[in-house]
Design a protein around this ligand. Structure first.
Ligand code: SF4
Ligand code: SF4
Length: 379
């Protein structure tokens, strides 16, 4: 049996789930979207239990279901044992890699992650200019990799909103890095995650407060780093929490537009950040709720590297999330995470407009911002 899985808590969770009458089956967005019984949380944990007890061989086909999880923690909400399939399955992924049974779509992922991270950091310097960065200070802004890749207008909007609130120019953290490393853990590469986390932590602790635009980065830095013995030692908050402390300074429009709020899993279920984004949005909009919201929100499909291992399922999850709004004839959705914004935007049906929280606030308060130009070598 693999040594990692003999730890009492992980072994207990695997046994609990194996013999569970599937109490959380309705909550898993992957099994619900695919309609595959083999992808409900109980079945995924049962499969991992069989693998670690050598009742199944470690092969890419037998480990496939370990990758069918976004880490959304919706199953945990319905678990009387507080089990965490989203975390335990990550251990299974690491073991699968060790045994040469990793996911084919993630071959060479560590190198690919590093190359993308360095490219995005370099592109950001070119787009925003060296003067937009600082390596130390009172407040630093960490947008996250998906915002620096596909959401640079959202980054510019956030900076404009910070200035509108009288916080002055809030510099981007000058780390030569774009991502806090959660995808490395999701890829089953804990050693590479630890190494990357150490570098990020060194850069972040030079600021008194770090404002984060990505829910997975916030979760990684405030929770997962601790699991690796890494302390950032500074105040780390999501952009929703940060703006909430200044929300009363935002001008309220005469007529408030109706806006639905999508809860990012790593903000609502992992960090309990539910009220803050609604306080911000409520200042400038008429906030409406999805049928599944707050700690019960459905995942957009962007976590756990699902967009790489099961891309069509990940996109279908985003469309499923927005189908409720599409059925009503459309409307506007705001969310406080760069990855959620990316997933929902690219899957938005006709009539549904998706906005990052900062961009929504900027637009609803007539706060001007200029999206940065693309680097010269980009089309
Ligand atoms: S996470 Fe809890 S509810 Fe879900 S299968 Fe495991 S023991 Fe059952
Ligand atoms: S963490 Fe989310 S995606 Fe993973 S098994 Fe649980 S409900 Fe499904």
């Amino acid at each position: 049996m693999a040594e990692h899985f003999t730890t009492a808590d992980v072994a207990r969770q695997l046994d609990d789930c194996t013999f569970c009458p599937k109490m959380c089956r309705h909550a898993c967005p992957v099994s619900t979207t695919t309609g595959r019984e083999s992808l409900i949380p109980q079945a995924k944990m049962d499969r991992l239990n069989k693998l670690v007890h050598d009742q199944e061989p470690w092969r890419p086909d037998t480990t496939e279901s370990l990758w069918a999880c976004t880490g959304c923690r919706h199953c945990t909400v319905y678990c009387d044992h507080d089990n965490e399939p989203g975390l335990v399955l990550l251990s299974g992924r690491a073991e699968a890699n060790k045994r040469g049974a990793g996911h084919p779509a993630l071959a060479g992922y560590g190198e690919r992650f590093r190359a993308r991270d360095q490219r995005l950091a370099a592109d950001a310097r070119e787009r925003f200019g060296a003067e937009a960065f600082a390596s130390t200070g009172t407040i630093g802004f960490w947008p996250g990799c998906d915002s620096l890749d596909k959401g640079t207008a959202d980054v510019a909007a956030a900076q404009a909103v910070f200035e509108r609130l009288g916080l002055g120019p809030v510099p981007l953290v000058d780390a030569g890095l774009a991502c806090a490393g959660y995808p490395l853990l999701a890829a089953g590469l804990p050693d590479e995650f630890r190494w990357h986390a150490g570098k990020v932590a060194t850069a972040l602790r030079r600021f008194q407060t770090i404002v984060i635009g990505c829910s997975a980065c916030r979760h990684a830095i405030t929770a997962l780093y601790q699991g690796e013995g890494i302390s950032v030692g500074t105040n780390v908050v999501s952009i929703a929490e940060f703006l909430a402390t200044h929300a009363d300074k935002l001008p309220a429009p005469a007529t408030k537009k109706r806006v639905y709020y999508h809860d990012p899993c790593y903000l609502a279920r992992s960090a309990g950040v539910v009220e803050e984004p609604r306080r911000v949005l409520g200042q400038v909009a008429d906030v409406r709720e999805f049928a599944w919201s707050g700690v019960d929100a459905e995942c957009c499909g962007g976590g756990g590297l699902l967009p790489k291992t099961m891309p069509s399922v990940a996109d279908a999850m985003a469309r499923r999330r927005l189908s409720e709004l599409a059925a009503q004839g459309g409307g506007m959705v705001a969310t406080a995470c760069g990855t959620c914004a990316l997933m929902l935007r690219r899957n938005a049906p006709e009539g549904v407009e998706v906005s990052d929280l900062a961009t929504a606030v900027a637009n609803l308060t007539d706060t001007p911002f200029t999206p940065p130009a693309a680097p010269a070598d980009e089309p």
